[in-house]
Design a protein around this ligand. Structure first.
Ligand SMILES: Cc1cc2nc3c(=O)[nH]c(=O)nc-3n(C[C@H](O)[C@H](O)[C@H](O)COP(=O)(O)OP(=O)(O)OC[C@H]3O[C@@H](n4cnc5c(N)ncnc54)[C@H](O)[C@@H]3O)c2cc1C
Length: 530
């Protein structure tokens, strides 16, 4: 069963070896575990629903609680420490576009706000209920999950937008096809959510970000049905799909989406290469990209992230052997790890791998084979479970991300990390910070930074710590000319930073567009725009 106040399935755990727990202690001090509030206590705190009755809407406190928050750190604090405050007045589970349209009409008639809900994996407050005079209806799209149409010749499929990652891929695999979109939240996030947040999957180098594979859609809006047909390409004026991508539920509800597919690859290989330092790693990665070698993923960790990954991995004997081997090859404390993925026809995979390894070798890279890469691939959706374990040990862990042109990458990485390191100095708290470049483009890269700090005795103090960290790093991103999000979206947590990159004219154009589709301001109010 899915955890109601943490990440993932409650039968899956990520235990840490004692040595890793000790390592964390040395970095930021002993953890300060904080007991969770029981679910019954939160259920008792939920006030009566303000919604008129409707056959498609449940006003049960449990459904309302389960749809109240996403996966951001403040969301966890609300659920685990009982600071909930607001939750939707009801939750609907429509089974068709017609039922979604009926719910929007009901909401308009009764002056109700509507929050579209995919998998609830948002990490920036997209699906949270804000306190408001109006009742709030959350529309859970999980029952719109079927493959509606498959055009094998055109490599196109139309799905109900509430389909989750595993369900979508299972239905395509039966036809030997794939979408290839694997965000780390793959287990629970949905096609509609990916489109509405402009998501990026771990293998975006081969399959592209969601905007590349999003071909068309049907949306139910307060003004009626908005249909976007699929074309292989079009010069018929501005592309209206761009209005839907990143719309964060403000425009309407995506009920169906048409996506572009790829035949299942014959082979997929993941390899690890260690470099003497980060600069050599970057130089090799950029050369690989510039040469046009075909890969499905590249992920370059800084020395600190490399050290942290090796320590938290467990398998002390195996890692000890690896460390000795790398040390014999002259790699010391500054070493950093590059993961490379290749997929496609076996012969092409082999040729691309050879070409990439030739380049990494020229930059002092030591190729250690497939074991580490295969382990990463096998466990890639398991890593978020570590967040549960760390919380129970008394530590909070969160991530931040941006993207900048290559010329700005080193400076941006340094200033994000410095902002996080310094943010809790006044509270005499240490922060462990590490980074990787995970979505690399020929012209720039995303920068994905993880930070770990201790929970405070008081939940409000933990929230203050998080706010200080988030705000310091977000300001560093804006000051350095980065985007406030490469993949997580805007929601509530990033909206104050949006004007810096869109400008006043851009923000007013965006506001006018949302107002056009939703003149009553009923769709997911308070998200995306300040
Ligand atoms: C552990 C973890 C790892 C993550 N890794 C990644 C990653 O690798 N890459 C990445 O891009 N993101 C990642 N995320 C963030 C998150 O998973 C994405 O933003 C995802 O796209 C959200 O999808 P969802 O279905 O859960 O949407 P929700 O969280 O339910 O909703 C997000 C937003 O989309 C809107 N929305 C959802 N469905 C619809 C619909 N059908 N019509 C209209 N609006 C809709 C909602 O109103 C809301 O504004 C991660 C999150 C977690 C918790």
């Amino acid at each position: 069963m899915r955890r109601w106040n943490g990440w993932g399935d409650d039968s899956i755990n990520y235990p840490l070896p004692d040595s890793a727990a000790y390592y964390l202690q040395t970095l930021v001090g002993p953890g300060q575990p904080s007991p969770d509030v029981p679910q019954e206590q939160l259920l008792r705190s939920i006030s009566a629903s303000r919604l008129p009755t409707h056959p498609l809407i449940s006003t049960e406190p449990l459904e309302r609680l389960l749809h109240a928050r996403g996966q951001s750190l403040p969301d966890w604090l609300d659920l685990r420490t009982g600071m909930l405050g607001t939750c939707p007045d009801g939750v609907a589970f429509p089974e068709s576009s017609a039922q979604v349209a009926e719910l929007i009409t009901f909401a308009m008639k009764n002056k109700v706000s509507v929050i579209p809900y995919g998998g609830g994996t948002s990490v920036v407050g997209h699906i949270n209920t804000l306190s408001s005079e109006r009742p709030v209806l959350t529309v859970d799209l999980s029952r719109l999950n079927r493959l509606l149409h498959l055009d094998h010749n055109s490599l196109l499929a139309t799905f109900g937008a509430g389909v989750s990652g595993p369900d979508l891929e299972a239905q395509l695999r039966a036809h030997r096809l794939t979408l290839g979109h694997y965000p780390q939240s793959f287990e629970y996030s949905t096609l509609g959510g990916w489109i509405a947040t402009r998501s990026s999957g771990q293998q975006s180098l081969r399959y592209g970000r969601i905007e590349k594979v999003f071909a068309g859609a049907r949306l139910e809006t307060p003004l009626g049905c908005f249909e976007l047909p699929s074309f292989p390409a079009s010069a018929a004026g501005p592309d209206l799909r761009e209005l839907v991508l990143g719309s964060e539920g403000r425009l309407g509800i995506i009920t169906e989406a048409t996506i572009r597919l790829t035949p299942l690859p014959d082979t997929e290989d993941f390899h690890a290469v260690f470099f003497p330092d980060f600069e050599n790693g970057i130089a090799a990665a950029r050369q690989i990209l510039a040469t046009g070698i075909s890969l499905c993923m590249l992920r370059l960790s800084t020395p600190t992230e490399t050290r942290t990954t090796l320590t938290l991995a467990g398998h002390e004997t195996l890692i000890g052997t690896l460390e000795r081997l790398l040390s014999l090859r002259g790699l010391g404390d500054k070493k950093c790890m590059l993961l490379m993925g290749f997929s496609g026809k076996a012969a092409l995979v082999q040729a691309n791998r050879h070409a990439a390894l030739e380049i990494t070798g020229k930059h002092g890279g030591v190729h250690i084979g497939k074991t580490f890469g295969s382990q990463w691939h096998k466990n890639r959706f398991r890593t978020p479970y570590l967040r549960n374990t760390l919380w129970e040990l008394g530590y909070a862990i969160d991530t931040l991300e941006t993207a900048v042109d290559w010329s700005k990458v080193p400076q941006m990485l340094d200033s994000m990390e410095a902002a996080l390191h310094n943010a809790l100095k006044s509270a005499s708290e240490r922060v462990h910070v590490f980074t990787h470049l995970s979505h690399l483009y020929p012209y720039g890269s995303s920068i994905y930074t993880t930070y770990l700090f201790r929970l405070a005795g008081e939940s409000t103090e933990t929230l203050h710590r998080w706010q200080a960290l988030k705000s310091a790093a977000s300001q560093a991103i804006i000051a350095g000319g980065g985007t406030i999000s490469h993949q997580h979206g805007v929601g509530m947590d990033h909206r104050e930073y949006l004007p810096a990159e869109k400008g006043p004219l851009g923000i007013s154009a965006l506001g006018a567009m949302l107002h056009h589709f939703d003149p009553g301001g009923m769709m997911n109010p308070g998200k995306l725009l300040p």
